[in-house]
Design a binder for this molecule. Structure first.
Ligand SMILES: [Zn+2]
Length: 469
């Protein structure tokens, strides 16, 4: 098993590469976070779940992870929305930062080590602008400071966008006509009437969007780090501009591996508020969908493939998850077989190898989930036959728990899913009634369980129950 290595598709080299961190055993990773002016939609959340799987997989492979995710609390949108709400920018964005963390918790996304807010890093951004000015990469025009693309020969190396072809597509800002070159982007922006502004050494203004990621990653991870992630829509111009800023200032390779999650579409179409197919996590939960089912669906497609979110898919995810839970309950509540049972430890080891290989294969979550379902089918077959010994059960449980340290889809360890304890005590009461030949009471309990959607089976190993699919 030790020969399985992690390989990632690096957007920079456009090929799969074996992963080697700068420092052995330790990974420093930067993730472009949300702009906190509204609730995150499921397309954003798909990216954040990819990053969660990446982080958990790195830990599964034995690395210590330091992850930074920025919170963009100052840009055109936050300024506009805060103004419309009649609130200060801090007060306005505080609400959406809180909502963002609630969503992460709901989806069982592990916390990063650092969540820097852009407005807390103004001194670091000013410092970076000064370095870029000193290195000849920046110029001033009508109160703003711009990055001069023509001074950075490698511009376009990540996205493949040739600078000469790039006359559109850059983030449009109102000072566009003041730039020497339409491709240049703003580092420090002259502020308009009533906009938040910082009176600093480089002159009054506010940061451009790209600047914060370079300044905060350098401050928290160093000038050179391992992995930079985001959605494919970040590749150009955002990540290209981050590279120009960071490498222009430091002269060092900014990030060694660039990983990007593909888009999510809904029922085959681009998600848009105007089409009525735009969903936040809250919308789906309000419709009665379970958060873990949503997590399952969003991680079930490998991150570099477009994910077509459908309600049929959500239903299928619910059934897949219920099959997993039923098998685990069956495994827990079936008395151990006296003999060694049919399930060999080779089956468990084969699963562990396949699961690790799937993750190592550029985080192939579809293959990893496939391995889990194959294992659980084998568990069911063994339980239908000679049963599973106590030793094999322990080994299985451990392998499944290890896999779930990456997937995050199993019932919570404490007491299982809500209601499971109540069901189990009813099943136990029914068993006791049958033992005292109180069949009327036993049947009554069976009916009660049936109304709860629970089926009880009397097997040679005792009564086991599962929820109806
Ligand atoms: Zn960024």
């Amino acid at each position: 098993m030790t020969d399985v290595r992690l390989r990632f598709y690096n957007t920079m080299s456009r090929r799969l590469e074996g992963f080697e961190p700068i420092e052995p055993g330790r990974v420093r990773m930067y993730t472009c976070g949300p702009t906190v002016y509204d609730f995150a939609h499921i397309g954003n959340l798909r990216s954040f779940l990819f990053e969660d799987i990446l982080r958990r997989a790195l830990k599964f492979f034995g690395y210590d992870v330091t992850q930074v995710m920025n919170l963009t609390d100052i840009d055109d949108k936050t300024i506009r929305e805060a103004k419309a709400a009649g609130l200060g920018i801090r007060e306005y964005t505080d609400r959406y930062i809180e909502a963002f963390f609630e969503d992460l918790d709901t989806l069982r996304v592990e916390r990063a080590e650092h969540y820097p807010r852009a407005t807390d890093y103004i001194p670091q951004m000013v410092e970076l602008v000064k370095r870029l000015e000193a290195a000849g990469h920046a110029y001033r025009s009508d109160g703003s400071i711009y990055y001069s693309i023509s001074t950075f020969a490698e511009y376009g190396k990540l996205s493949g966008v040739r600078p000469e072809a790039n006359l559109t597509g850059a983030r449009v800002d109102s000072e566009e006509y003041e730039k020497e070159d339409a491709r240049d982007f703003v580092l420090w922006k002259k502020t308009g009437e009533g906009e938040p502004s910082w009176d600093v050494e480089i002159g009054p203004g506010r940061p451009g969007w790209h600047l914060e990621c370079s300044a905060m990653s350098i401050d928290l991870l160093g000038e050179e780090f391992d992995i930079h992630t985001g959605g494919t829509d970040n590749i150009f111009p955002h990540h290209e501009n981050e590279i120009a800023q960071s490498e222009g200032a430091t002269g060092r390779t900014f990030a060694h591996y660039w990983l990007h999650a593909e888009h999510l579409i809904v029922e085959g179409e681009k998600m848009a508020k105007s089409k009525g197919n735009f969903f936040t996590l809250r919308d789906l939960i309000d419709k009665g969908h379970d958060a873990v089912v949503i997590r399952y669906l969003l991680i079930s497609v490998p991150y570099r493939q477009k994910l077509n979110f459908t309600f049929d898919g959500l239903h299928a995810a619910e059934q897949a998850l219920e099959r997993i839970r039923n098998t685990l309950r069956r495994l827990d509540h079936t008395p151990a077989a006296e003999r060694s049972g049919e399930l060999e430890s080779a089956v468990v080891e084969e699963f562990q190898h396949e699961f690790r290989s799937a993750l190592g294969d550029d985080l192939n979550t579809a293959r990893a989930l496939g391995a889990l379902h194959t294992l659980l089918r084998q568990v069911n077959t063994a339980l239908d036959g000679d049963g599973i010994s106590e030793a094999a059960r322990g080994q299985l449980r451990q392998a499944i728990n290890e896999a779930d340290s990456v997937l995050g889809i199993m019932p919570e360890a404490e007491g299982g899913a809500s209601g499971d304890d109540e069901i189990q005590s009813l099943v136990d009461e029914r068993t006791a009634a049958r033992e005292t030949r109180d069949f009327a009471r036993a049947d009554e309990i069976r009916d009660q369980l049936s109304e709860m959607g629970v089926v009880v089976e009397d097997t040679p190993h005792g009564a086991v129950w599962h929820k109806k699919n």
